[in-house]
Design a protein around this ligand. Structure first.
Ligand code: ADP
Length: 583
C-alpha cells in the first residue's frame, strides 16, 4: 500500500471506493476518446476528396457515424453539446427503419436548407425525395457528393422493382472515372476474367496480350497460336491506313441541288475550306478526305480524319459539325438531318468499311515452319491450307459474308477490346478480316498465313481506356494513354497487336479444325467436369463413325493420322492447353 501514496491516511474501504470510481471515470473518458478518434479517421479517409466517406449499406453504424460526424463538424462551433446530440439523434436513423422516416416536407426542408443537402438524410429519406421528383435519380452521385453512396441508393431504388443481388458487385470501385464519362445510372460493375496470351512476338517485340472472356479455351488456343508464331520468328504487321469516319445525311429540295453540293465537295479549294474549319476543332483531328454519295434528295458525306491516339468518334463528330456549317453557308437550302447518316458506318455491318477501311487498316503475316505445324499445331500444311480455302473463303462466300472471311477474328477482337477499354460494340466492323494461307518454302513444306483487317477501331485515350483495370491492361502492352512524341503511334500499335493476336487465334483454331481436335478440346475446357466424361465419350463414338465418310478437304492419309491421334490428344489436352476453339 505504501506504494500508493494518494491513499495514505484513508481507511481501506474509502480508498477502494475511490480507486473503483477513478477506474469507471477513466473508462468512460476513454470510450468518448475512441468515438471521437473513429470519427476523425473516417473523416480523413482516402475517399474524403469526393465527400464524406460512406461505407457500405450493410455497415449501418459506420454510415450513421458519418452522418453524425458531418453534423458535428458543421455545427461544432455554434451548438452546445446538448444540441449536437439532439440533432445527431434526429439524423441518426437506420435507413431500414421506415417508422423513423421523417415526413417529406421536413426532409425537403433539410435538403434545401442544409449546406450538405442530402448528406443529412437517410437513404430512405433521399429515396422519398426522388419519388417526389425533388431529386433526380440520375444525379444521386452529384447530390450525395459520394459516388459509392449514390450507387447504393440507386440500388435501393431499383430494389423495389427487381431483385438486385449483393452478388452484383459495387464496392470499392473508382466511380469517379465512370461518372459523366463512361456510364449513367450506375448500380455496380461486372467482373470479367482476364487471361493472358503470350509472348506474342510482333515486329521484333514481345507482348503479353490481356484478353477478357468467359469462353473457355479461347485464351489457351490463342496462346498456342502465339507460341507457334514465336517459334517461326514472330509476326510482322503494317498499318496501311488510319482514319476515323463520320457520315452525316443532309437533304436538299431536289436531287439536282444535292448533286450541285456533291460537285462543290469534289472541288479541292472547297475541301481546303472544310479542312481548315475541321482541323481547328482539335489538336489531333486532321481531315484527310471527304467522300459523298447522292440518293435522290439525300446527300451522304463521309468525313475521314486522323485522330491521334483516340479512337476518334467524338473528335470526328465535332469536326464534322463545324465543316457542315461551311457547306451550309453556300447551300442554305440544305437541311442537316443527322450528324450520323449511317454512312460512317459505326457499329453496323457495312461493305463500305470492308472496302474503304475505317479506323486502322492493318495486315499481319507470319511463316510457320513445318516442324512447328506438326508439333505445336498438330496438323499438316496441306490440311490447314485446304481447310482455309474451303471454310474461310468458299464457305464465307457461300454464306454471302461481308468481311467475315475468317474463323473467329471477333473472338480475339472482343476479348482485347473488353480488356483494354475499347467500345465493345465496335467489334462489329473491327472484326472484318480475311485470313489467307499458302504452302511456303521451296517444297511448300512451311505455312504462310496473313490476316488483313481493314477496319480496326481502337484508341488508347478516351472512352473506357481511362478506367483503372482497362488502363492497367493497356499498360501491360506499354500502350496506355497518348504517345507524346508521335501522336497516334500507341493506337496504331494497339491495332497491330489486335491483328497479330487475331492471326495467332486463326492459326490455332484452324489447326484444331483441320486436325479434328475441336470438339474434344472444347468439351474439356468449356464444360464443367461433371459433363465432360459423357460428352467426350459420345463425341468419340460419333467421330469413329465419321471416319467412314469421305472428307473433301483433308487427304485420306492425313485424316487417318488425326483420327488415330484423337485419343492421345483428348488425354493430353488438359496438360497441354493448346487445341481448339469453337468458331
Ligand atoms: P474519342 O474521339 O475517341 O471519342 P475523346 O475525344 O473523348 O475520344 O478523347 C480524346 C481526348 O484526348 C481529346 O480531348 C484529345 O484532345 C485528348 N488527347 C490527348 N492526347 C491525345 C492524343 N495523343 N491523341 C488523341 N487525343 C488526345
Amino acid at each position: 500500500m505504501g506504494s500508493f501514496p494518494f491513499i495514505d491516511g484513508f481507511p481501506i474501504v474509502t480508498s477502494l471506493t475511490l480507486v473503483v470510481g477513478l477506474v469507471i471515470i477513466y473508462l468512460l473518458l476513454d470510450g468518448r476518446r475512441n468515438q471521437s478518434s473513429n470519427r476523425n479517421q473516417l473523416g480523413a479517409s482516402p475517399d474524403s476528396s469526393h465527400c464524406e466517406c460512406y461505407k457500405d449499406n450493410n455497415d449501418v453504424s459506420s454510415s450513421l457515424e458519418l452522418r453524425k460526424s458531418s453534423v458535428d463538424s458543421q455545427d461544432a462551433s455554434s451548438k452546445s453539446s446538448h444540441n449536437i446530440s439532439d440533432e445527431s439523434e434526429a439524423v441518426l436513423r437506420t435507413s431500414d427503419d421506415s417508422s423513423s422516416l421523417r415526413p417529406l416536407p421536413e426532409c425537403l426542408k433539410i435538403y434545401k436548407s442544409s449546406r450538405d443537402g442530402c448528406l443529412a438524410l437517410s437513404d430512405d429519406e433521399i429515396i422519398s425525395l426522388v419519388d417526389a421528383n425533388h431529386i433526380q435519380a440520375r444525379n444521386l452521385e452529384k447530390e450525395l457528393k459520394n459516388f459509392e453512396r449514390g450507387v447504393v441508393v440507386r440500388r435501393k431504388l431499383i430494389q423495389r422493382h427487381t431483385h438486385v443481388s449483393e452478388e452484383l458487385s459495387y464496392k470499392s470501385y473508382d466511380y469517379s472515372k465512370v461518372f459523366g464519362a463512361c456510364c449513367e445510372n450506375v448500380i455496380g460493375f461486372v467482373g470479367v476474367p482476364i487471361g493472358v496470351a503470350g509472348p506474342l512476338l510482333m515486329d521484333g517485340q514481345e507482348y503479353q496480350v490481356p484478353m477478357a472472356t468467359t469462353e473457355g479455351c479461347l485464351v489457351a488456343s490463342t496462346n498456342r497460336g502465339c507460341r507457334a508464331t514465336y517459334l517461326g520468328g514472330g509476326i510482322r504487321t503494317r498499318v496501311v491506313f488510319d482514319a476515323m469516319t463520320r457520315g452525316p445525311v443532309v437533304r436538299f429540295p431536289s436531287a439536282i441541288r444535292a448533286t450541285e453540293a456533291l460537285k462543290w465537295l469534289e472541288n479541292s479549294m472547297n475541301f481546303m475550306k472544310l479542312k481548315r474549319e475541321f482541323d481547328a476543332s482539335s489538336r489531333f483531328a486532321r481531315l484527310l478526305s471527304v467522300q459523298s454519295r447522292v440518293a435522290g434528295r439525300f446527300l451522304f458525306i463521309r468525313f475521314s480524319a486522323k485522330t491521334g491516339d483516340a479512337m476518334g468518334m467524338n473528335m470526328v463528330s465535332k469536326g464534322t459539325e463545324l465543316a457542315l456549317k461551311i457547306l451550309h453557308a453556300d447551300f442554305q437550302d440544305m437541311e442537316i438531318l443527322s450528324l450520323s447518316g449511317n454512312y460512317c458506318t459505326d457499329k453496323k455491318p457495312a461493305a463500305l468499311n470492308w472496302l474503304d477501311g475505317r479506323g486502322k487498316s492493318v495486315i499481319s503475316e507470319s511463316i510457320i515452319p513445318s516442324s512447328v505445324v506438326q508439333k505445336v499445331l498438330k496438323t499438316s500444311v496441306t490440311a490447314i491450307v485446304e481447310l482455309n480455302i474451303a471454310k474461310n473463303l468458299v464457305g464465307s462466300a457461300m454464306a454471302g459474308s461481308i468481311g467475315g472471311f475468317n474463323a473467329h477474328a471477333s473472338n480475339v477482337v472482343s476479348a482485347i477490346f473488353i480488356a483494354t477499354g475499347q467500345d465493345p460494340a465496335q467489334n462489329v466492323c473491327s472484326s472484318n478480316c480475311i485470313t489467307l494461307m499458302e504452302p511456303w518454302g521451296d517444297n511448300g513444306q512451311d505455312l504462310y498465313i496473313s490476316c488483313t483487317m481493314p477496319s480496326v477501331e481502337v484508341g488508347t485515350v478516351g472512352g473506357g481506356t481511362i478506367l483503372s483495370s482497362q488502363a492497367a491492361c493497356l499498360k501491360m502492352l506499354g500502350l496506355s494513354g497518348p504517345n507524346l512524341s508521335q501522336p497516334g503511334h500507341n493506337a496504331r500499335t494497339l491495332a497491330s497487336v489486335v491483328c497479330a493476336t487475331v492471326l495467332a487465334g486463326e492459326l490455332s483454331l484452324m489447326a484444331a479444325l483441320a486436325g479434328g481436335h475441336l470438339v474434344t478440346s472444347h468439351l474439356k475446357y468449356n464444360r464443367s467436369d461433371s459433363n465432360i466424361a459423357a460428352s467426350v465419350a459420345s463425341h468419340q463414338q460419333r467421330s469413329s463413325l465419321q471416319t467412314s465418310l469421305p472428307n473433301l478437304c483433308v487427304p485420306s492419309k492425313v485424316q487417318h493420322k488425326h483420327v488415330d491421334d484423337e485419343q492421345k490428344i483428348t488425354m493430353n489436352v488438359i496438360d497441354l492447353p493448346t487445341e481448339c476453339k469453337q468458331s
